[in-house]
Design a protein around this ligand. Structure first.
Ligand SMILES: [Zn+2]
Length: 538
């Protein structure tokens, strides 16, 4: 190639790199599938239809190696991190519930005792994004458009709707437990919008639950899963076995209709609500970009109960695939194909059931925070002759009683070192660090812990369990670790401005928010510091 041709090629390449979408999309939708592991896309691929997950992969852009870059991998921190582009170290949502030193009580991530429920008088309405310390995509959109870009968050879980849509959202709506109604709080508004009231009045929850839950296809075709009747699943109905079909006629009292969360219809009703929201709020109708978050909570609840290899989880994803197809078809008709941009990811993955792994001779076991707390108390009593030095062990962190320590003229560093030495000898512990070690250690475990560690709010000692060890009952499973099964999640982009393709590069979920902000031409959120997903701009 001669020099002129080379320069021309280089100029064309650079032009390509900076060529951003000419007009930002009219609507940006962020979909979170609670506890969706990245392998589900491959495992159920042949069972999916053409219009749901396959449409997103085949026509959009797929990151095959997207990970969470902190622990704990829980729902509250996950939603906050995707939409702020930061980790708990900055945004302050360090867990779903965390221990507060001053009050010596636990704080739930979305609970705001100064808020009042709208559509609900009880605790379930007292929610707001007050504890989220950084701006979200929605907040930046509000600033950039002087309030005219509309922002909504929808989920069955309060934290799924609230921590994702942000502080300045027009509305966040979540489900209360007794009647399965969607509610909000006075952080956002004084009265439910007419469309939410009308939606609740239709009482669709009852209609869905009356159908019971049978597998979508003949049960013998669920070969991607272990047998329906096994030892690793929670028995959730009165039938005595964790098997299909499920009937929901037993539901009474305070959880009467909220149990829709435990069924695939939790996803269906959320799509119904999303469609009602897009229509009533005219999302994507004017020239200003709007933003909608849809967080599907049901896959998490079902995976907690039955584990990731269950027929129940497979069925939930086959049905979710159909719900995503329904949503995409609706968006094409309502907003217009090519006029909206959508991304889909998860707030965390999930572990295999340790009892199942043990039966397969693989590592995995159980160890509770409480067992660890008792062991630390015993050791500190032995060494310092005092049983009041530990206030709490929460979210794999140890909180010392600093007043007691100074009364006994003990430094926190002494307590940290004694505790870390003990933890490192305990069966089931993978790593343990003093505060100082956490700040200076460069290994991967320490980095993940540090990204989830808030200097003011977090504990004095942090530890990790070994792979597939968990604080959980022997049926079902959970998440929260820094291992691949919890960190590796799907990441799909689709629609306006998104090229078709895929990448196997390791990327982190903190890259999503700054990338989306760049796609819609608004400032990146206050705490976002990660690199953009540059493949989407080529
Ligand atoms: Zn969960």
């Amino acid at each position: 190639m001669n020099r002129l041709l080379f320069l021309l090629a280089l100029a064309a390449f650079n032009l390509q790199l900076v060529a951003a979408p000419v007009t930002p999309p009219k609507l940006v939708i962020g979909i979170i599938v609670d506890q969706m592991r990245s392998d589900y896309i491959h495992r159920y691929w042949n069972r999916f239809g053409e219009g749901g997950f396959k449409r997103l992969v085949n026509k959009g852009y797929q990151y095959n190696n997207a990970h969470y870059n902190y622990v704990p991998t829980y729902t509250g921190p996950g939603h906050a991190s995707v939409f702020t582009g930061a980790t708990p170290r900055q945004h302050g949502i360090i867990a779903n519930d965390w221990y507060v030193r001053n009050s010596k009580q636990n704080q739930y991530c979305a609970l705001d005792t100064s808020a009042r429920g709208v559509g609900n008088d009880g605790l379930e309405g007292k929610m707001s994004p007050r504890h989220l310390l950084c701006n979200t995509i929605g907040d930046e959109l509000k600033l950039a458009t002087n309030g005219s870009g509309k922002v909504f968050g929808l989920s069955l879980k309060d934290r799924g709707a609230i921590l994702s849509s942000g502080h300045a959202a027009n509305g966040a709506f979540w489900m209360e437990s007794r009647d399965g109604k969607f509610i909000t709080s006075n952080w956002y508004m004084q009265k439910l919008p007419d469309w939410v009231q009308a939606f609740n009045d239709k009482k669709q929850v009852k209609t869905y639950l009356e159908q019971g839950w049978k597998t979508l296809y003949p049960i013998e075709t669920y070969t991607a899963s272990i047998s329906d009747n096994n030892n690793y699943e929670t028995i959730t109905t009165g039938s005595g076995t964790p098997t299909f079909p499920y009937e929901f006629g037993y539901a009474t009292g305070n959880q009467r209709y909220g149990i829709i969360r435990n069924t695939p219809y939790g996803n269906s009703i959320l799509v119904d609500l999303s469609m009602a929201c897009i229509t009533a709020e005219q999302l994507g109708k004017d020239q200003v970009t709007d933003h909608l978050v849809i967080s599907f909570s049901t896959p998490d609840i079902i995976a907690h109960n039955f584990g990731p290899r269950s027929v129940e989880v497979e069925d939930v994803y086959l049905r979710l695939d159909k719900e995503i197809e329904r949503l995409l078809n609706f968006l094409d008709a309502q907003v217009g194909a090519g006029k909206y941009t959508l991304f889909l990811t998860a707030d965390h993955g999930g572990a295999d059931v340790p009892a199942h792994l043990q039966d397969l001779k693989m590592p995995g076991d159980y160890l509770t925070d409480n067992t660890i707390k008792q062991a630390i108390r015993k050791e500190l009593k032995r060494v310092y002759n005092d049983s009041l030095l530990v206030d709490a062990v929460e979210n794999a962190q140890v909180f010392f009683n600093s007043t007691r320590a100074s009364q006994l003229q003990l430094s926190l560093q002494q307590l940290e070192h004694t505790t870390v030495e003990l933890l490192r000898k305990m069966k089931g512990i993978g790593a343990a660090y003093t505060r100082e070690q956490l700040m200076t250690c460069t290994d991967k475990h320490a980095q993940l812990l540090l990204n989830g560690y808030h200097d003011v709010m977090s504990g004095d000692v942090a530890y990790l369990l070994l792979p597939a060890w968990m604080d959980h009952g022997k049926k079902g499973t959970t998440h929260g670790s820094g291992y691949n099964y919890d960190t590796h999640v799907p990441l799909l982009f689709y629609g306006a401005g998104i090229p078709h393709g895929g990448s196997y590069r390791q990327v982190f979920i903190t890259q999503i928010a700054p990338t989306v902000c760049e796609l819609i031409k608004v400032h990146q959120p206050s705490c976002a510091y990660s690199e953009l997903l540059v493949e989407l701009f080529r």
